[in-house]
Design a binder for this molecule. Sequence first.
Ligand code: BTN
Length: 255
Amino acid sequence: MHIDSDLIKKHLETKAFGKKIICLESVGSTNTYLKSLKNIENGTLVTAAYQTEGRGRRGHSFWSPQGGIYMSLACVPSACSFNAGLITTCAALSVCKAIEKLTDLKPKIKWINDIFLNGKKVCGILCETVFTPNTGEIDYVVIGIGVNVAATVFPDELKPIATAILNECEKDISKNELIAEILNSLEKDIQYIYSAEFLNDVRTRSLGLGREITVTTQNGRFLAKAVDIDSSGGLIVKVGENTQTLSSGIVSIEI
Ligand code: BTN
């Protein structure tokens, strides 16, 4: 089934998110396309059936063939919180909840921007902040989400580490419904992003808490134990006897 704005809207329960939807067959990157638009309204959504230059964090590319969901949502300041780490965490939680609603799978968040199913990556998230020229104020945040939905033959380098929803369950889920459910969750979750309930929802889905991880920073790598997620979306780790909090954008972890 094609991604189609009317079919997405059929499942939407939102006020703003998805009010304006642009569905493209192919594009370099939905994040880049969204950022090229003028006068962006809160909740504008761009989707593509495939991307030719999908982008991931830290300048990595994101493999984006037919069969996946590639979507970018504009979120403006009055409508959402602007701690970039928390927005990414919120998007990750929404993707988990949407997959849980439509399947019997148990997705997990690998801090900070990946969703895993049965030990393999099924979704990546790239949030980008757009500033107003001259004032330097935040204009909006682009929440970019890529989900492997249909069973695909992955390139050799991705085979051991990536999966698709339909590789992990029998149920043939609708991409339009999944997109709508992600928006439904996201609009709700952003309202309670600073609450204990939000943090608890994130913690229960976090991969690797209590386990040894490898942290990679600009200055090198070190071993640590993942302990908890804090209220800003940071990852609290223990290195020997010292506790420190990792913030997004600076580090990555391997579990
Ligand atoms: C990552 O895994 O590092 C993040 C991947 C984010 C991919 C999504 S797909 C939709 C949007 N457009 C992009 O170019 N990237 C994001």
